[in-house]
Design a binder for this molecule. Sequence first.
Ligand code: KMH
Ligand code: ZN
Length: 312
Amino acid sequence: MNSKRRKVIITCAVTGATHVPSMSEHLPLTPSDICTQAIEAAKAGAAIIHLHARDPKDGRPTPNPDVFRQFVPQIAAVTDSVINITTGGSTRMTLSERLAYPLLAAPEMCSLNMGSMNFSIHPLASKITSWRYDWEKDYVEGMEDMIFRNTFKDIKHIMLELGGRGTRFEFECYDLGHLYSLAHFVDEGLVKPPFFIQSVFGILGGMGADPENMTVMRSTADRLFGRENYQFSVLGAGRHQMSLVTMGAIMGGNVRVGLEDSVYIAKGVKAESNAQQVRKIRRILEDLSFEIATPDDAREMLGLKGRDKVSP
Ligand code: KMH
Ligand code: ZN
């Protein structure tokens, strides 16, 4: 009987560009905070660290490479984590802004969003009674009229420009159609297996966090790619985070947590750090007899180029 425990990759998305400072005092905003929380999350068991940057003055999302450079090398120096840089940025950034740092850094991994969509948390604006910074209210309310642009041409450009430098992708799939878009690029020969499919549930504008949607995504991915050719991973936004990622692991997948996706640790209880979320899902996974993948396990499972091939 095979008593070998299945290895599960934990990704931690440290700060993102969706939540604003007034939503949690624990959301890391400065390079120092992002660095500290990323290192703690890695030590807690996150094999992949997904990173955005924020303006140190007021926490506003920024694509500025000079800000990324204030924490990415520092994280890399202290951990052997897989560094995963966003190409999604925020819905207010142009594609060239979003790609500025990834093209300079050519990291082992970048996120890649598999379709244009509405992507918003504007309904949360009315729940915030006091705003910490003057940019936040318009930023959150303005999402109602933003399109998160990811045309086929944009996606192809990212695959050629970053893929050409050996960067591999966390394919963010917010809907069933995004899997078919990925299959289109596979057919075009632009992406090779193993595919890292991050199935995103509970973002307003994408599919909801219903378990039935996960079974559809999983079975469709099996049919389109063959289970041996991809690693399934699950991201549950907001209050859905822990239940959805736990279900994803039980269905043979990997998990993503982090304050980018949810500022909570339990119903109505704010998470005090990214590491706290990593420790919680690690406990759950180990209680379910899974093994936590190391960064090198993740590199092997996902065909990554290795840290030594990343420009500083
Ligand atoms: N902030 C979202 C609009 C990614 O990192 O590529 C996009 C996002 C996904 O965060
Ligand atoms: Zn992101």
